[in-house]
Ligand binder design. Sequence first.
Ligand code: GCB
Length: 658
Amino acid sequence: MAETTATPARAIDLTRRQMFGAAGAAVALASAPAASAGAVTPAIPASKPGDPRFTPLYPRESATRSVRDLSGLWRFRLDPKDIGESQRWFDGLREARRIPVPCSWNDLFDDAANYFGAAWYETEFQLDPAWHGRRVHLRFGSAVYRAKVWLNGVAIGEHLGGHLPFAFDVTGQARADGPNRLTVMVENKLRLDRVPAIPDPDTTHLYQEDFPQTSYDFFPYSGLHRPVWLHSTPDNHIEDVRVTTSRTGTTGLVEVAVRASGGWSGPATLEIATDGGPIRQPLVIRDGAGTATVRVPAARLWSPEHPNLYTLTVRLGDATPIDEYALKIGIRTIAVQGDRVLLNGEPVHLRGFGKHEDFFLHGRGLDLPVIIRDFELLKWIGANSFRTSHYPYSEEAMMLADEYGFLVIGETPAVSLTFSDRAEIIEARRVQLRADIEDLISRDKNHPCVILWSMANESLTKPFHTADPVPADSVAKGTRFFADIFGHARSLDPSRPVAMVSVQGGPVEWVSQGDVICANSYNGWYAVSGRLEDAAATLRTEITTLHQKCGAKPIIVTEFGADAMAGVHGEPSQMWSEDYQSDLIAMYLDVLGSLPFVVGTHPWCFADFRTAQSIMRVGSLNLKGVFTRDRQPKRAAHMLRETWAGVKATDWHRVQPA
Ligand code: GCB
């Protein structure tokens, strides 16, 4: 969007609707008593991100590890009065209906369509007898927004913040002698102190109320959105692996840091499979930590054109490994030099989109066919990039992005942070955002596809849809906030550039703290509406000025576009038609293509997606997709394909048989 100066059609005086409450990232409850019968080994406390026991590694099978996916039909019950905990619903969920996991609950049940309060999930599992004597971990891909977990009626921990995984070591709490009852309370209350948040009714007079009222432009889908896994590891096991790649001449250098559980010490091996056979590098782990570099001669680098991946296997122990974990890695470098982004030392241009995890019925629940179809369509259209707007996407999407060779801007859930809000609210969000960044970098640090972190999308000096003046200290508050956030991200991952995505007309003091300038721009739509010639001139001035003000840094225009109702046409083109959307995007590509410091263009957005109900959104949909919500191309998609992939609409041979 663009920061608005419009006068409100009507001013709505809001009363204080939300109680401010304490925020925090993840809370490990005090060590719960081990289940009496069938306990295998003594319990250790539940783990959380940032905790040395937290295992950020995606669960994978190996010679020493097993994985069990608990996805399926769980029992489900809404708890609008928040009585579940006091009535001990964790002792057995009554009057429950079925819900698929993973899935959002909102599009399944009419009474849950606009429900964001507490909801309870329950399932049962048996522990595999072969897991006797091993450590057992319970890992959630994502729960939006807060989850509290009970195992056999005993609380084992909580997690705050959606879209990122969390795990518990349940060794000893999971019974070996009978069924285990797993209960999860998930709530997605739309609150001030969350990331993302709602507008602060104490400081905001909205002139447009959406339902549900959020400060961002997508539907707040709720639930267990990604798989829940049980997995077993040896007692002494690999807890984390961090890979950083560089090269000297044609040799790839793969630096691998390993963290082992419980401060384990001993020998370990790194192995990279290559066409010429395995390359092994011994490594010594001391007090749970060790680092070594594997040299890969004549390395095949990772790039969008050649997304070469190698398998890296880490083994603890000597001849017979105590633990083994394998992951795919890509050897590549990423750097910012002047106003260029260099991939493997060569300037790179990002062509792609902002996207959403959004589809019919399952909302934001993991849907592998949709991910594959989207990635096929990105290839079809000639894109090489996307942004995980406006939150971290699934781990499966990131693995597939490595394989397809997409250059990914990995974004946190901080959309529309507003600095006219009260200080204690801003502080609560800062604490939560720091935790989100820790979880995100911890989770995605090894993906070659991630070339840039986005700390936030469209932070605001005051909310959209208000004519209130910008408070005098808003910019300064944001400047301090982002200095802290940028510093935190850079200290956690010095190997990648960091940016934030600016709202059109947003403070230069914020966006210029990034290594790359990411800017959203809506000339021809929210600004200079309907006049493409004038919009083109405004755009050129806007982006050139931004470049001058931010110093010699590369610019990625991360959003531009127009809503288009599929099937609506107009000659000459006019707003809301497929033709106008196509013309506007073509105009942006023309103007931006003539500015050498613009290194990326991401039309907004890939596909139409669900929003709140609003006077701005026909059918509760944002229609700026170049594909419809069911992934059919609008005219703009064909135009982009011709521009990016060089495939003309006249080429009826364009589908090649497999
Ligand atoms: C934006 C936001 C995006 C919205 C888009 C729009 O600037 O970043 O989340 O969906 O505008 O279409 O209004």
